[in-house]
Write a protein that binds this ligand. Sequence first.
Ligand code: ATP
Ligand code: MG
Length: 399
Amino acid sequence: MTFDTPVLAVHYAEIALKGRNRHAFLRRLRNNILVALKGEPVSHVNHIESRLLVRLDDATRADAVAAKLQRVFGVQWLSVATAVPRACLGDDLAGLGEVAAALARRDVGNARTFRVDTRRSDRNFPLVSTEINRLVGNAVGEAIQLPVRLHGADFTVHVLMLRNEALIFTQRLPGPGGLPASSGGRVMTLLSGGIDSPVAAWMLMRRGCRSDFIHFYTGRTAAEADAAKILRLAAILREHTPTDLHLYLAPTYPYESRAIGVIAESHDMVLFRRYMLKVAEQLARRTDCHALVTGDSLGQVASQTLYNLGAIGPDVRLPVFRPLIGTDKVEISALARRIGTFETSIEPYRDCCSLRSPHPILRGRAREVLALSERMDMDGAIAEALEAIEKMVITEPGA
Ligand code: ATP
Ligand code: MG
C-alpha cells in the first residue's frame, strides 16, 4: 500500500498562547502560507486540531514546499508526512504499520537504533499511544532490522493520530518561530551592507513587523551609488515575507558638506550616526513606521560603546530597537547564514561608515553632540537628505 499525496503538517507555538486574538493570528498565518506557496500544487490548507495541514497534488514538490514553509514567520516546525485515512489503518493497525515500514526503509539511512513516537490528537482513538508505538514499532523493526531504543534513538518514526487520518513522518524541520508577518506594525531598519543589520531586520520581521529600509550611500546621486549589494540583501529578506519591501536610498553628502571643517575627526563618527538616526526618524514618521531598528551590538566597534549609543540620539522620539545588542558576532553570523544573507554581506562594499575616522571618541556626551549638531546645522543636513531620498520597491523574484 502506498500513499503518495503528501501532507505538510505545520505546527505553531506562540500563536497557540494567544487568547482572543488567536483566530486572527491563525488567519494571518494561513494567508501568509498561501502567498508563500503561490504557484505550488497546493490543493488545501486546513486548520485541523491545532495544526495547519497543507495538501499537495504533486509529491515531487514536497521538499521545495517544505523549504518555503521553513521561512514563514509563525511556523515553529513542520513535517513532510504521509497521510493514511482512518478507513485504511487496518485491523491491528496493519495498514498503518505497512506505510510506516515503507517510510522507514526509505529514510533510515545509517541509523543503528529507532523508536516510534505517537501523539494522539484524537483522544477517542481506541488504542493508547504506547499500544500504537508497539504495533507500528513491530512492523518498522521487521522492515529495517534495527533494535528499538526509547531514549536517544537515532531514527524516529512519528505517528500523529488525527480524527480522520493518521500522519506518519520521520523528520521535524524547524521553522523560524515568531509571529505571522504583518501582524505587528511597521518599522524602519537602517540597513548597511554588513552582516548585522539584515539580521536585526529579520528579528523584527519575525515578531510580526513589516520593515521598511533606509540605506545611506556615498556619492552624489542614488543612481551613482553602488547599491547593487544592498538591493540583493533586500531581495533575500523579501523572500521571508509575503509583501513587497520599500527601500529608501539617502545620500551622505548633506552631512559631509556641513561637517567638514566644523566636526573634528574624533567626533565625526558619532555625529554621522546621529545624522543617520535623525533622517531615519523623520522618514519613519512620513512612512507610518513606528520604531527604528539598527544592527548595533554593544561594544562591537567604537561607535557602539554604551556612552556613544546614549549620546547619538537623546532626542529621538521613536523607539530605537537594537535586537542584536547583547549578541556577539559568532551568533549573528550563524543567524545570517540561516537567513541566507551572510554570503552577500561579506562581499566587499565601501560602506560610508568604513570611510570614516577609525579612532572616534569612546565616551560621547549627549550635550556635546547636541551642541555640535547645532554648530554644523544638522537640521539643514537632515532636511536636504529628506529632499534627496529615493524610494525603491523590492518585489518578489520574477514579479
Ligand atoms: P552591520 O552592522 O550591518 O554588520 P556594519 O558592521 O558595517 O554593518 P556598523 O558600523 O556596525 O555597521 O553600524 C551599526 C549599525 O548602523 C548598522 O547595523 C546599521 O543599522 C547602521 N548603519 C551603518 N551604516 C549604515 C548605512 N550606510 N546605511 C544605513 N544604516 C547604516
Ligand atoms: Mg555592525
